[in-house]
Design a protein around this ligand. Sequence first.
Ligand SMILES: *Cc1c(COP(=O)(O)O)cnc(C)c1O
Length: 352
Amino acid sequence: MSLALTVDGGRWRAHLRAVTEATPGLVPVAKGNGYGFTLGRLARKAQWLDDQGLSVDTLAVGTYEELPEVATRYAGNLMVLTPWRSFQPPPDPAVSKRVIHTVSRPDDLAGLLEAQPGARYVLELETSMRRHGMTAPQLWDVARRLGGGRLEGVALHLPLATGSGHQVEAERLLNDVVAAELPTTTIWVSHLTPAELSTLRSSYADLDLRPRIGTELWLGDREALRATATVLDVHELRRGDSFGYRGRTSPRAGHLLVVSGGTAHGIGLESPMGDSGLRSRAAVVARGGLDAAGLTRSPFWVGGKQRLFAEPPHMQASMLWLPGDALVPEVGDRVDARVRYTATSFDRVEVV
Ligand SMILES: *Cc1c(COP(=O)(O)O)cnc(C)c1O
């Protein structure tokens, strides 16, 4: 009776192993909703990879608040991707020695070391992302004033690779890091492609590149994953029958399908009908479909077709419109849900 993520365990684990083996220095990223799997499950999998002898010594989380979710399930270093700020309550002393902070502004280093003497940290250098990070001159300045704490490297968060990639930018940034003459050779990178990583590794052989990867690791083999909702109810509708919170009336005969999964799971209204030009809208109206009433596509697929929401999703369930000629599933049947894993809270993760 739930929105479920079904994982082909053997296939998923083989993928995790393969990516880890192919990516020396990999730092798995477990953040947010745990990419659909939950943070705890990802932390256990990172530990499992390390136990397999693949040397996963560090796990990255998005926020300080996520640390308790992973700290008891994974034994290695815990890097926090959100930069340290003075208003951030300090992590639990039981884990603070394992935490690697991100320092993205020159003045924050002193603040961090005051709040947690001996803290481990990386210095984040700004990239074309411009989310967080200090400029190269700021990095060089900080490099001259280091003292206290444990510098664990420099962090670079690049944007997602576009057509031309970021080889040129990455080289410029690495040159800036080298010019800082820091007492570290470790560079924590995000969103470099495998090809860029290997090119950079050969041109900067003295540097130790640590790729921080989430999506390609956890969600890289989509064939291992399937999201499904369960049919909770089916109602036959005659033309003119009313239904839903808003008392809509059915313009045609068909079925109303109630499936698990609603706004509480992150199920939202998809972008409205793709072809919404006036002429096509007029054609739809002429055909007299429910879609003429401005219904939007749902992420649920029934009988091989993407179905329309009969009305906006409810908190725990969604109502779908099934036209009269469609095959009607039975209560208890599963239907495919094509959802964004990073934005969906599943009721259940089933490893089969
Ligand atoms: C989320 C995040 C990553 C991982 O991103 P994916 O696209 O999921 O691989 C890496 N680095 C930083 C700084 C991030 O915030």
